[in-house]
Design a protein around this ligand. Structure first.
Ligand code: ADP
Ligand code: MG
Length: 733
C-alpha cells in the first residue's frame, strides 16, 4: 500500500484528524498535497485595502490598541482590538459574558504584537471588521521566535472552520513522522538531477516548511515538473498503446485524386502539406492519431473529406462526428456538394446523416449499412458515438472538435476510436495554444495549417459602443449597403428572446462568466441597464426601423426546427433573405461565401475563440468583409481588453495565445478538468510552457524505450494508482 493513502487517523490525534476529515482531508495525500495558497512573513503585514466584505481571510496584522468595554444594550463585555497593516486599520471584536472569559485575549493581544487572524470579513458602520476571529502568533521561546521571523508562514485555504495554522500544525506532525521511503521519487533520478529537482520528500518539506521563499519556489517548480511529467507519460503511453493496434490500411487511391481534381480551386500549400501527412498515415496499419489545426476558413473540410474518401475508396467506412446538429447537417450538405461527380468504385459516394432527430426508419437503414460493412460515410453528432460499435469496418473517423468538447468527452472519443482501431483525425474549430495542444491533445501528432486560401482580404473589425447612437445608426445603414452590393449580413445576439437566460455562454471563461453574472445581478436588482440583445427583439426593431427591407430579415435559433433551419439557411444563402438574426447556432462551420458583414451584439458576452469563430463566418470570398462587435458602454477593464485583443488581429493562432493569457488558471483545460486524477495542482498551462515542453520530451523518450515501464515500477504504480490502469500499455506490463 502506498504510504500516502494511509488515513490521517493513524498519524494524528483523533480530534485533529476529525477536524480535518470534516474539511475533506482524510489521507496523507489529501493533507500533504493541499499546498499553501501563499506565504506570509512576520513583519510584512497583509494590506487591508485588498480585503473584501464576505471573504474568508487569514491576515497578518499588528495590534494597535485593545479596549475592554461593557456592552451597550445587553449584559456582558466586549473587547475591541484595533488592527493595523501600517496604513489602514480595522477592528476585531470579541464578545463575552464576563471579563474573565477574555483574559487570555487581553494577555496576548497587546499593542505592538503581530498575529495571524482568521475569519470572515464583515462590515460595521462602513468599516471592515472581524468578529471573533481565530488568531495565532509565534510559538516557542524567544530564540525560536527569532528564527521564525526569517521563515515564510504557509497560509492554507480556509475551509469549514479549519484555520491555516491548524492545517500547518497537522502537516508538521505528519512530516515529522515520515521517512523519505514513504514518498519515493516518481521522476527517475537522472531526470531529476538534470532538471535540478529536489527529491519528493525534500520538496514536501520545502513546500510546507520553507526556510526561505526560494525553497518554496523550488518545491513548487519540482511538483509542477512532476505533474507535467506524469501527465505526459500518460499521453505518451496512450500514443504507444494505440500504435500497437491495427487499423485498416487506406492508401490514397483514384477517388482522392479525382476529388482534388474536381475542386473548383487548387489546394493551398498548407492543405497540400496536411493532405500529404494524412495520406501517409492512412496508408499504414498503425492507427493515425492526428490533430489538424488551422485557422477559421483555412479549408480543413476539404482535407478531412479527402481522408474519409480514402477510407471508402479502400473499401472501409468513414465517420465524421460534429458537436452540434446544425453543424452535422451543414457538413453533410457541403460534403455532398463537394463530392458530386466523384465516383468510388464506379458508384456515387454514399454519405448519410445520423443525429438525434433521425427518424427510426432512416436510422434502421443506416445501421444496416454500418453493420454490413458497406463503404459509407456517416456524419453525425454524439448520438453517433454511442452507436459507433455498429460499424463493422470503420477505417477513418474525423472528430470536428469544439471548445465545447471537454476532456471527458475526448476520452470517450478516444476509446471509441482506439477500441475500433480506426484512424483518427481531430480538428479544432479555432487554433488552440501550444501548451494546451501539448496537454489535452498531447497524445496526437499535430499538423498545422497556416494561412488562408488566396484572394481573401482580412476581415476588418470595429468595436462599437452600443450607447453611441450615431454609430449604431451608421452600422445599420452600412448593413443595408452591404445587402445592396449583393452581400449578406449576420446579426448575432446572446439570447433568443427577452427574459430568457443565455442560450450559450462559453463556460469556463472567467470573463464571460462574470459578464453573465453581472447581467443576472442587474436583472435581479431591477437595474436600468438595458437587457441583453435577443434575436426576437432585435429582429423586430430592425423590421420597424425601415433601414432594411423587413421581408429580408430571418431569424434562426436553437429552437428552430431542423426543417425550418434548412429553409432559412437556403433563403439566406441565395439572398432571398439577406439578413439573418441568430444566436450562436451559426457560430461554427456555417459557410455562406456571400456573407460580408457580421454584427455581434453584446459582444462582451462571448469569449475570444467564440468571437473569432463568429467572425470567421464572413470573409470567405474575394469581397472585403467587416465585423462589428457591439458592446455595452460600462465594461470592466478586463472585458474591454479581451474585445480589443479580438479586434487587433485576425490571426487565430495569435488570438489563442492571447486568450490563454487573459484566462483565469483552471479555466484553460475546460470545465471537465476537475476530476481528481486529471486535476493540475501545481502546473500552470498558462505559465509553464517550458516545463511542459521539457517534460513532454522526456516522457516520450522514456515511454518509447520502456513502454511497459518495467524499469520504473514506482512510476507505473503511481499511474495505476491515479486510475490510468485502463491504458493498454500499462495493463500489459
Ligand atoms: P475551415 O477550415 O474553417 O473548416 P472550410 O473548410 O469551411 O474552413 O473552408 C472555408 C471555405 O474555403 C469553403 O468555402 C471552402 O470551399 C473554401 N476553400 C477551401 N480550400 C480552398 C482553396 N484552396 N482555395 C479556395 N477556396 C477554398
Ligand atoms: Mg470547418
Amino acid at each position: 500500500m502506498n504510504a500516502l493513502d494511509a488515513p490521517l487517523t493513524l498519524r494524528l490525534p483523533a480530534a485533529l484528524a476529525r477536524k480535518l476529515a470534516k474539511a475533506g482531508i482524510e489521507t496523507l495525500e489529501d493533507l500533504l498535497f493541499n499546498a499553501p495558497r501563499r506565504y506570509y512573513h512576520w513583519g510584512a503585514l497583509t494590506p487591508m485595502s485588498v480585503l473584501r466584505k464576505g471573504e474568508e481571510v487569514t491576515i497578518l496584522a499588528q495590534v494597535e490598541s485593545a479596549l475592554l468595554l461593557p456592552n451597550r444594550s445587553k449584559p456582558g463585555v466586549r473587547l475591541e482590538i484595533r488592527l493595523t497593516d501600517g496604513i489602514s486599520r480595522m477592528n476585531a471584536t470579541f464578545f463575552a459574558s464576563s471579563e474573565h472569559k477574555l483574559s487570555p485575549h487581553l494577555r496576548l493581544l497587546v499593542p505592538g504584537a503581530s498575529f495571524l487572524f482568521a475569519g470572515k470579513v464583515g462590515a460595521y458602520r462602513g468599516a471592515l471588521s472581524l468578529v471573533h476571529p481565530s488568531f495565532a502568533g509565534m510559538e516557542g521561546d524567544e530564540e525560536e521566535a527569532r528564527a521564525q521571523t526569517e521563515r515564510p508562514i504557509p497560509i492554507y485555504a480556509q475551509t469549514k472552520g479549519l484555520t491555516s495554522w491548524v492545517v500547518a500544525r497537522a502537516v508538521g506532525m505528519v512530516l515529522d513522522s515520515m521517512k523519505a521511503e514513504d514518498v519515493p521519487d516518481l521522476v527517475p533520478s537522472e531526470l531529476r538531477h538534470s532538471w535540478n529537482m529536489p527529491s519528493r520528500f525534500q520538496a514536501l518539506q520545502m513546500l510546507h516548511r520553507p526556510r526561505n521563499d526560494e525553497e518554496a519556489r523550488q518545491a513548487r517548480r519540482g511538483f509542477a515538473l512532476e505533474e507535467a511529467f506524469l501527465l505526459e507519460c500518460v499521453l505518451a503511453g496512450r500514443r504507444f498503446g494505440a500504435q500497437s493496434l491495427i487499423a485498416p490500411s487506406c492508401p490514397k487511391g483514384q477517388a482522392v485524386d479525382d476529388f482534388i481534381a474536381s475542386l473548383p480551386f487548387s489546394l493551398t500549400a498548407s492543405q497540400e502539406g496536411a493532405l500529404g501527412e494524412i495520406m501517409e498515415d492512412l496508408a499504414s496499419t498503425q492507427p493515425m492519431q492526428r490533430l489538424l489545426q488551422g485557422d477559421v476558413g483555412a479549408g480543413k473540410t476539404v482535407v478531412a473529406l479527402a481522408a474519409l474518401l480514402a477510407a471508402v475508396d479502400a473499401g472501409h467506412q468513414g465517420a465524421l462526428v460534429a458537436p452540434t446538429e446544425v453543424l452535422a447537417t451543414q457538413h453533410l450538405a457541403s460534403m455532398r456538394s463537394l463530392v458530386q461527380g466523384v465516383c468510388v468504385r464506379g458508384m456515387q459516394v454514399d454519405i448519410r446523416l445520423l443525429t438525434g432527430s433521425t427518424s427510426v426508419s432512416a436510422r434502421r437503414e443506416i445501421h444496416a449499412l454500418m453493420s454490413a460493412g458497406a463503404p459509407v460515410i456517416v456524419v453525425g453528432t454524439h448520438a453517433l458515438l454511442q452507436e459507433s460499435v455498429s460499424f463493422a469496418d470503420l477505417g477513418v473517423v474525423v472528430v470536428d472538435e469544439q471548445h465545447r468538447f471537454g476532456v471527458a468527452q475526448r476520452d470517450h472519443l478516444r476509446t471509441f476510436a482506439s477500441g475500433r482501431a480506426a484512424h483518427q483525425l481531430v480538428m479544432t474549430a479555432t487554433p488552440i495554444p501550444r501548451t494546451v495542444a501539448m496537454t489535452v491533445f498531447g497524445d496526437l501528432e499535430e499538423t498545422r495549417m497556416t494561412g488562408l486560401p488566396p484572394g481573401r482580404t482580412p476581415v476588418k473589425t470595429f468595436l462599437v459602443d452600443a450607447e453611441n447612437a450615431q454609430w449604431m445608426k451608421r452600422l445599420w445603414e452600412r448593413a443595408a449597403e452591404e445587402i445592396a452590393d449583393g452581400g449578406r449580413v449576420y446579426v448575432v445576439c446572446p439570447r433568443i428572446d427577452e427574459g430568457e437566460d443565455l442560450e450559450d455562454a462559453e463556460l469556463g471563461d472567467a470573463a464571460v462568466e462574470n459578464a453573465v453574472l453581472e447581467d443576472r445581478e442587474a436583472k435581479e436588482n431591477g437595474s436600468k441597464r438595458p437587457p441583453l440583445a435577443s434575436v426576437s427583439a432585435l429582429a423586430q426593431s430592425l423590421r420597424e426601423s425601415g433601414v432594411i427591407d423587413p421581408e429580408g430579415i430571418a431569424e434562426l435559433t436553437g429552437r428552430t426546427s431542423p426543417v425550418e433551419k434548412a429553409a432559412i439557411m437556403e433563403a439566406f444563402s441565395t439572398g432571398l433573405q439577406p439578413v439573418l438574426v441568430a444566436t450562436t447556432v451559426i457560430e461554427v462551420g456555417v459557410d455562406v461565401p456571400e456573407a460580408t458583414m457580421m454584427v455581434i451584439c453584446d459582444a462582451q458576452q462571448f469569449g475570444i475563440s467564440q468571437l473569432h469563430q463568429l467572425r470567421g463566418r464572413v470573409g470567405r470570398s474575394q469581397s472585403a468583409s467587416l465585423c462589428m462587435a457591439v458592446h455595452r458602454h460600462d465594461l470592466a477593464s478586463g472585458t474591454m481588453e479581451r474585445l480589443e485583443a479580438f479586434a487587433a488581429t485576425t490571426n487565430g493562432f495569435e488570438l489563442a495565445e492571447k486568450d490563454l493569457e487573459l484566462r483565469r488558471e483552471g479555466d484553460v483545460l475546460g470545465a471537465d478538468q476537475s476530476g481528481k486524477s486529471s486535476h493540475l495542482r501545481f502546473l500552470s498551462v498558462r505559465r509553464d510552457s517550458d516545463v511542459i515542453r521539457r517534460a513532454r520530451g522526456a516522457a516520450i523518450d522514456l515511454v518509447g524505450k520502456d513502454p511497459g515501464l518495467i524499469r520504473h515500477p514506482v512510476l507505473a504504480d503511481e499511474l495505476r494508482r491515479r486510475g490510468h490502469s485502463d491504458l493498454v500499455w500499462l495493463s500489459r506490463s
